[in-house]
Structures are given as structure tokens and as C-alpha cells.
Design a protein. Sequence first.
Length: 221
Amino acid sequence: MKVKKKIEIVMFLLITTIVNAQDFSLTEKVDKSIRFGFSAGVEHKFSKPNEAYLDPSTLTLEFDDLSRDSFVISTSLIYMPNYFYRTVSLTTKADGTKQYTYGDWEYKSSRWGGVVSLNIAEFSPDTGFNTRIDGGLGVAYAPGSVKKNEKGEYNPHPFYLTLTLDFSTIRQVKDGIKEKYEGKQILINGEPLNALDQTDNSIFRNKVFTGVSFKLVYLLN
């Protein structure tokens, strides 16, 4: 499945969940529909990254597959629609005039919303702890109920669950270099290269990997 198609699917799910969360009899939105928090969870990449190295005995270019799975820590910005609302009924009197009757104000907190995450750290079995800035977008779910606190204020449940389509940028050997030199020496002016430098843009490039992640979010506001 192409990246563009994956993005279209996630955006469709995001828009659908937000629209379905609306109650069209609502008449007033309350604050804190947008919230910030920290999240942690597991990410699974759709394709495997690899790690390039030079064999110490032959100086040939070799590759090891890296794990698709990693543990990620993120910051999350969540949009969860929350409202005060009241029902409105319309009656028509005998003389033809219309009369609106309003019910009491009530509070509604949606369980579904959208999330944008920024991954600030990643831990995987192959590479250990990395501080790499990546991110994703997807849907958020609020599993807990919303109740008044001792001050009579409405507060959301502090924990949310999110499912996001993630984008990770990883330095990889260029495809042309891999196809030409895998299992062979890289010759520079007739001499074999004896060390790989990931900052060398003639050999390496930033490659974007897509994947999905499931995280638990703790709200800070």
C-alpha cells in the first residue's frame, strides 16, 4: 500500500470519528477541546530499516536488518470535542407564531477525537535509545467518563488511547550504492573505503519509513 493511500485512510478515519462525535443539537462549545500530553507506546514499521557496515576483514559493504518494532515516547496534541449543550424544541401556536423552548444546560464530552504526535525518543532492540524527532497523526479515544470535581468543574479523564500513522526518518545507504556495492568493496581512487560516515550524503540519505503506533497518553491540561 502506497504512503499516499495510507495517509488518505487515516485522514478519512480521523474526519469520520470527529464528525460522528458531534451532537448537532449542541449550541455552545466549551474550552479545553484541544489538550496537550505526553504519551508512550509501541510503533510497528511497515518495512524493515537496515544498518550498513564494512566487514572488518574484507572491507566489503554489508547490511543487517533492524527491527520493525520500537518503544516510543511522544508529545501529543489532542482535539476532543467537549460542549455545554441544551435541547431546543419548536412549537407553533394557533395564531401561527413560533415558540422555542430551551432545556437545561448539560455537558457532553466526546470519546473520539484526533491526535497529532511528535516522537521525541525511541528505544529498539537493535539501536538502543535514540533521540530522533519524528511524528504521526491519527485518532484518539477517551476510555473514562467525565465528572465534576469538588469545585463543580468538569475535567476530562487524564488518560487517552491513540492509534496513529507514524513517519520515521532514518539514515540509509542510497539504493543505487546498495545495489552496486553490497558484498563488495567501495573503491575511492582505487583504494577500498575503510569506514562509513553517515553524514556523507554521497552514500547515505534520509529515508522516511511509515508505520502504526498504539500509545497511552497522559494529559497535562
